[in-house]
Design a protein around this ligand. Structure first.
Ligand code: COA
Length: 191
């Protein structure tokens, strides 16, 4: 089913988003310490095009997230993943519109390693898929991962995303050409 006709003129995601264990909210300048705690780690950056971040790079990243919050219509929703009940920042996740004409978005996610393995990335990303389809009116949401990044591929599979492609030498990650998978899910497949 094509949602083009049903998408509102300037759709927005209403934040914060609450899930059973998490609250997803906009980043603030005061998140710097928590963001740097994970974005400065080599094990986090291993399969990413960015990082490990210097403090200045983490600060710049947050400033970029805050700039994106001011976009009208807003097309980038990079949010802080906070854990109930204390609401500490344990990572970041995002959904962004990458092709407005074709109602296509892209998701991404990163958590502090202390919180890996509890299904939290899946929980946060499921909420962003839901917002992408039901609030932004997207038809298709994609994500890419380094083929060595088994945890990320597993998160996408758990979300019902299908592996649609395997690209060779498609991205430079820490100075090396790496192979990537493309995963995608359509609105009609999301439940
Ligand atoms: C990818 C990432 C967000 C996953 O976070 P998480 O909260 O641990 O994810 P979940 O617990 O929701 O699911 C992880 C799944 O991967 C599996 N997994 C984890 N490490 C794995 C590995 N090395 N090999 C195979 N499977 C693995 C887990 O068992 C789990 O699947 P299961 O529940 O079916 O057993 C986290 O590892 C991370 O922040 N990595 C660094 C940043 C990153 O690579 N982001 C993705 C960019 S594409």
């Amino acid at each position: 089913m094509n949602l083009r006709g049903r998408a509102p003129a300037a759709p927005q995601i209403e934040l914060p988003i609450e899930t059973p264990r998490l609250i997803l909210r906009d980043f603030k300048k005061s998140d710097l310490k928590a963001v740097h705690a994970y974005s400065s780690l080599e094990e986090v950056a291993r399969y990413l095009v960015w990082g490990p971040n210097s403090l200045a790079q983490s600060k710049q990243a947050i400033e970029g997230f805050i700039d994106d919050q001011r976009m009208r219509p807003r097309e980038i929703f990079d949010v802080a993943v906070t854990l109930k009940p204390k609401r500490e920042v344990i990572g970041g996740a995002g959904v962004r519109i990458i092709d407005r004409d074709n109602l296509t978005g892209e998701i991404g996610y990163t958590l502090h390693p202390d919180y890996w393995g509890f299904g939290l990335a899946t929980e946060a990303t499921r909420a962003l898929l839901d917002a992408g389809f039901n609030e932004l009116g997207l038809q298709r949401i994609v994500a890419h991962c380094d083929q060595r990044n088994k945890a990320s591929a597993r998160v996408m599979e758990r979300l019902g995303m299908r592996r649609e492609g395997a690209f060779r030498g498609s991205k430079i990650i820490h100075g090396h050409w790496r192979d990537e998978y493309l995963y995608a899910i359509l609105a009609e497949d999301f439940s």
